[in-house]
Design a protein around this ligand. Sequence first.
Ligand code: GMT
Length: 379
Amino acid sequence: HAKRKLKIGITCYPTVGGSGVVATELGKKLAERGHEIHFITSSMPFRLKGFYHSVTYHEVEVNNYSVFQYAPYDIALANKMAEVIVDEDLDVLHMHYAIPHAVCAILARDMSKRNVGIVTTLHGTDITVLGVDSSLKGAIKYGIERSDIVTAVSRSLAEQTYELIQPNKTIETTYNFIDTADYYPQDVIHLREILGILPEEKVLLHVSNFRKVKRVQDIVKSFIYVRKQMPCKLILVGDGPERHPILEEVKGTPYEKDILFLGKQENVAELYALADLFLLMSEKESFGLVLLEAMACGVPCIGTNIGGIPEVIDHNKNGFIVELGAVEKAALYIVEILSNENKYHRFSEQALQTVTEKFSMDTIVDQYESYYYQVAYDE
Ligand code: GMT
């Protein structure tokens, strides 16, 4: 017989970032499959604008009394989760990030005295960046061990978690996905004109939050090597702490006009479609959702041999892998692929195929759904 529909609470960081995107898109797909979805977050997840049937948003409010040195957000979140567990009769909580979300969910389950299942997805930053921080390591381990099912967005992240946190828990690898209804190859000739890109110029693209770990400087360095050999432009999308220093570095150089800083953009899908190649040269990256977004638009990628990147970029098939900081080698690959039309076409086709086969949205949503059924309390 058909399985019963579930009531699922989801908590993620609602701001721009891969984990929030994956959590929100997953919630929307689950709602389309008939489940009831409850987002419990500090603000509206940015991909949740508009009305979605069977999706409710519960806002966590934190009062900042002057007696508290820090506003008790985590406690307020757990309190809200406990309320929603009872009010909505939730079957499952899906937490994105061990810290603080999984830990809050465990507290909320205890407060609610209900048998709600907890699925936790690890996205990276809390493990690979903070996991080594002894002030949080014990709490991360606790969050993982007390969750019913734990997933990581790449094999690399699962392995790193075993190594750094040593939890007594199996970590499943469940890859990220994107919706090909949002990202697909399209004709964006008008954008080339708006951005002043000449017909003979190739376009290299990078999209990130410009944190230090993204090593945007390396991308600029590679671009300059390439620019010396062929007409091209570099488009940088996003904002963050490294944007200003890079802008300063580029100012006054002969390549200033070839590097376009577009800042944060709403419609990145069109920018991917405009690009010939996508670059991600990070020193830490547990998956690299932007790679999938680019590939879904038929854009081959260049990435570093770091974290989950080599699980997404299949070297010499849908892009190239270089060692961290190997900016000249990256430039060699870029020139090679952009100068060989046949090879470029093969890579582009392969990129599209990677998205629909290895990272198929339906298969990945199926995986999560099966985890929920495993942990939901049988009625
Ligand atoms: O690192 C970021 O830019 C943001 C962070 C997040 O919370 O969204 O990204 C992490 O999760 C994404 C979704 O799983 C992954 O695609 C990113 O690789 C991961 N970032 C790091 O590991 C540094």
